[in-house]
Design a binder for this molecule. Structure first.
Ligand SMILES: Cc1cc2nc3c(=O)[nH]c(=O)nc-3n(C[C@H](O)[C@H](O)[C@H](O)COP(=O)(O)OP(=O)(O)OC[C@H]3O[C@@H](n4cnc5c(N)ncnc54)[C@H](O)[C@@H]3O)c2cc1C
Length: 442
């Protein structure tokens, strides 16, 4: 029976960093991956370009994670975004920064980043075992017992099924658990680590999809399929608030609309609802809502104009182009189909001319443009979620080492933790940094 100093389970960015760091420090390390290839999510990240981090410092990353970012402060002190970029560039993979702060390999090839990590791993002396699935972890007085079997083929026919004689058991002093979350389960991330961590006493904050498209039954949203609005503000409003159609705002404008979170940026209308960066970033709040209390999204399609400024601009346009159909006035600022949909949402008569618009009708139009409400029905779920929100409770992990506070010898890193960040390279940075720290301390 082979005994290892360290077994790392899951060869994503966190596991690759942890295994490499531990082996560089002289530990005998086995890295086990259920897929035939390590780092599958690195390969598909950023649409195959890999947005590996963000042009900011440790503080900027921590802030992007909200309250959970406090946990990351000591983690990022060991590997921050400039440190990560330096590490990847030292492997002959130059990086470039996009105007919005995203950092990618200059080649735009995600596999260049993965290859850089695999070169480091190979030099470190760690052993990588692929196509093996860990099925059980047990702890005893001398360390941990880990059982694995060959990963069954996808859609396994009988001749591919696992026989009990295929199960292998190995022993290790320490474990680094980096099995990721539950998003994109086809990548091997089926949430296996949660059950083992829970069995060892850890609290699991309910995993839920994040960075995922949002669904709605609102017909006006679906009718806009294919339209992108490059600069708008989207707000998630508290549960229990329901819009009263056709007026896009309830009585007492703004009073009972309590924004939980808001993002400004690009929105894409789709046949199921909403996608694009602002929708993805806010999806964690939609998937967090309890059943029967779906949050409402409020859209401001012209965030650069106040309500009063838009009203004045509409009044001026209506006066100058009084014979024009009122419905077309909004095309000064918005794509035609969106302008039409918002005019209808405002409940105004289609035949109305600009000069005939009353002040109260103009205000309804302003409300539709700057406060259009969308009733969400959920998200597209883990299948389409780029990350998993929820996971192993951060209170139970020492952020200076990534070691469990409950189980000595157990280290945890990456998306398995109760950490999820916005779009922009933050999630990979968190996986790289937590994995790196675990590798330095295990
Ligand atoms: C489509 C897509 C695009 C993304 N793009 C970006 C981006 O551009 N920038 C960014 O910052 N983030 C991006 N992300 C998120 C990012 O990829 C993840 O946050 C990150 O990969 C998490 O790293 P991890 O090491 O914790 O887990 P993972 O990368 O999920 O790796 C976990 C590994 O553990 C293995 N495993 C699981 N269970 C077992 C088991 N029982 N036995 C053995 N092995 C096991 C899995 O097969 C997997 O390889 C994207 C995600 C997706 C799905």
């Amino acid at each position: 029976m082979q005994r290892w100093d360290v077994v790392v389970i899951g060869a994503g960015p966190a596991g690759l960093m942890a295994a490499c760091g531990a082996a560089q420090r002289g530990r005998q390390v086995l890295l086990i991956e259920k897929n035939a290839r390590p780092g599958v999510k690195i390969s598909i990240s950023g649409g195959g370009h890999c947005n590996l981090t963000h042009a900011t410092d440790a503080r900027g990353v921590a802030e992007a994670f909200g309250p959970a970012g406090r946990f990351l402060r000591s983690v990022l002190a060991v590997l921050d975004p400039p440190g990560l970029v330096e590490m990847i560039e030292a492997e002959g993979v130059p990086c470039r920064t996009e105007p919005d702060g995203k950092i990618l390999p200059a080649s735009d090839r995600a596999d260049d980043v993965l290859d850089a990590l695999l070169r480091r791993l190979s030099r470190s002396g760690a052993t990588l075992q692929t196509s093996r699935t860990v099925i059980e972890i047990a702890r005893d007085s001398s360390g941990f017992r880990v059982s694995t079997h060959p990963t069954p083929c996808k859609g396994a026919p009988d001749d591919c099924s696992v026989d009990s004689s295929d199960i292998e058991t190995l022993w290790t002093d320490k474990i680094v658990l980096t099995t990721g979350g539950r998003s994109y389960p086809g990548c091997g991330t089926t949430g296996d680590g949660y059950a083992w961590a829970a069995a060892m006493g850890h609290t699991i904050q309910t995993p839920r999809p994040a960075l995922v498209p949002i669904t709605t039954d609102d017909a006006w949203v679906k009718s806009l399929q294919g339209i992108t609005v490059p600069d708008m503000t989207l707000r998630v409003c508290s549960e229990g608030w329901t819009p009263s159609p056709p007026a896009p705002l309830p009585k007492g404008e703004g009073r009972n609309v309590r924004p939980v979170a808001e993002r400004r940026g690009s929105l894409l209308f789709a046949h199921f609802g909403l996608s694009g960066p602002v929708a993805l970033d806010l999806s964690r709040w939609v998937s967090a809502a309890s059943r029967g209390h779906r949050p409402v999204l409020v859209c401001d399609f012209l965030p650069q104009l106040s309500d009063a400024a838009l009203d004045a601009a509409l009044a001026e346009a209506a006066a100058g182009e009084g014979r024009r159909l009122a419905a077309s006035l909004l095309t000064h600022w918005l794509p035609g189909r969106l302008a039409d949909a918002l005019y209808q949402l405002a409940g105004l008569p289609p035949e109305r001319r600009g000069a005939e618009l009353t002040r109260s009708e103009r205000l309804r139009l302003v409300r539709a443009v700057k406060h259009a409400a969308i009733a969400t029905t959920g998200t597209l779920g883990f299948e389409k979620a780029e990350v998993t929100a929820g996971g192993i409770s951060l209170d139970e992990i020492d952020s200076r080492s990534m070691q469990s506070k409950l189980v000595p010898g157990l280290f945890l890193a990456g998306e398995l933790l109760d950490l999820d960040g916005p779009i922009g390279g933050f999630n990979l940075q968190a996986a790289f940094s937590t994995g790196h720290l675990a590798g330095q301390r295990v």
